[in-house]
Design a protein around this ligand. Structure first.
Ligand code: GTP
Ligand code: MG
Length: 363
């Protein structure tokens, strides 16, 4: 899963990026806003993988991974060619992590009072403008194509023009494309355009320590002001979590206890991003390796096997499957088998989150 961190200049994007990745990218760029892009890959914390590792004592443990990219804070709604490079990269992410300033910090200047909902709206309009540019160019292309198309072959071109006209109207009314009802077929047809307003959005409210007690309320207020499909909210104290993320394990535990922080936001943010993008994980466990495999919810057993290796999909026979909770309760695969919880699932089986799976296949 690839997540793109966006937001207004000086909202704390790089701070949040560091908090989520344990990185040390330079924050508070003096003299102009940060124009660098930072990339980092992090392991997806997964207590099930930890537990299975204890149980199987494998040679290797592999967590799922998430790639975060910290993008510059201005300009993706602009038509300036020089910005095209990084906007192209932004178009390839699976979901947007929109950092929103709630912290006060007088040392960080901004025009007007701190206004989370207003800031989200500004970024939202940039996303809309960017998509509108694509929609308009596509329409012009199609209109020209139509003139050259024989009467008998015009229907599909006209249908696409209609669809893009509809998109244009919606975008002009401020409606993101993820709110527009389209068929699965249309969805496939437009996937290549990589529209920004079609991507799921996780709003991340960047709080001061003093704002923590009413974090939940602040989150809900923000979400209510930006209620769209495939949109969710989370919050963190960016500054503090960045400092904690940069500490060694031992210091981290002490620091967190001092501050009364039970859990870092990184795990929560990844979990909500999984939910938003419709991802789940199945697990494999044995002496060699314990591993989490991300798949799209609804994936059938053979295709899930294919994420491990294409041979496993081609030669798929069946998937020996036990729910994670059942395996833990049983204490071992053989005990789960005795209890009848190790199921033999065929080609039409839909993998569930937390299924511990052994694929049987023919070579
Ligand atoms: N008090 C407080 N200050 C913060 C917090 N997060 C960021 N800041 C400060 O806000 C300023 C900007 O932070 P950055 O993380 O560089 O923000 P950015 O969005 O990456 O900025 P640009 O890349 O320049 O657009 C820095 O001075 C940070 O120290 C926070 O949670 N609390
Ligand atoms: Mg930055």
């Amino acid at each position: 899963m690839r997540l793109g961190i966006i937001g207004l200049p000086q909202s704390g994007k790089t701070t949040v990026f560091n908090a989520l990745t344990g990185g040390a990218a330079p924050v508070a760029s003096s003299g102009g806003y940060g124009q660098d892009t930072h990339v980092a890959i992090v392991k997806v914390p997964d207590a099930r993988v930890d537990r299975l590792t204890e149980l199987f004592n494998p040679r290797k443990t592999t967590y799922a991974e998430v790639q975060y990219t910290d993008f510059p804070g201005v300009g993706f709604g602009s038509r300036d060619k020089s910005e095209a490079a990084w906007v192209g990269a932004l178009r390839t992410v699976d979901a947007l992590v929109l950092v929103v300033r709630a912290f006060a910090n007088a040392a960080v200047p901004r025009e007007g009072p701190v206004d989370p909902a207003g800031d989200v709206e500004k970024v939202h309009l940039d996303l809309i403008v960017s998509d509108l540019g694509i929609v308009e160019r596509r329409q012009q292309r199609l209109e020209q194509d139509l003139k050259r198309t024989k009467q008998a072959e015009r229907v599909p071109v006209e249908a696409e023009i209609e669809l893009f006209k509809h998109f244009q109207e919606q975008l002009e009314a401020g409606i993101p494309l993820r709110d527009v009802e389209i068929s699965e077929e249309q969805e496939r047809a437009i996937r290549g355009f990589q529209f920004l307003s079609l991507k799921p959005v996780l709003l991340v409210l960047n709080l001061d320590e003093g704002q923590l007690p009413d974090a939940e309320e602040r989150e809900q207020t923000l979400l209510a002001a930006y209620s769209h499909k495939r949109t969710a909210v989370a919050s963190l104290t960016g500054q503090i979590e960045m400092e904690i993320a940069q500490l060694g394990d031992e210091d981290r535990a002490v620091f967190m206890e001092d501050l009364g922080i039970k859990e870092l936001a990184a795990g929560k943010i990844i979990q909500r991003s999984y939910d938003l993008t419709g991802l789940i994980s199945f697990l494999t466990a044995g002496e060699d390796e314990v591993r989490a495999w991300p798949i799209v919810r609804g994936t059938k057993a053979p295709q899930a096997a294919g994420t491990i290796h294409s041979d496993l999909e081609k030669g798929f026979i069946r998937a020996e499957t036990v729910a994670y909770q059942d395996l833990i309760a049983a204490g071992s695969l053989s005990e789960a088998r005795k209890r009848g919880q190790l199921r033999q699932e065929g080609k039409t089986y839909t993998i569930a989150d937390g299924d511990v799976v052994n694929i049987l296949f023919s070579k």
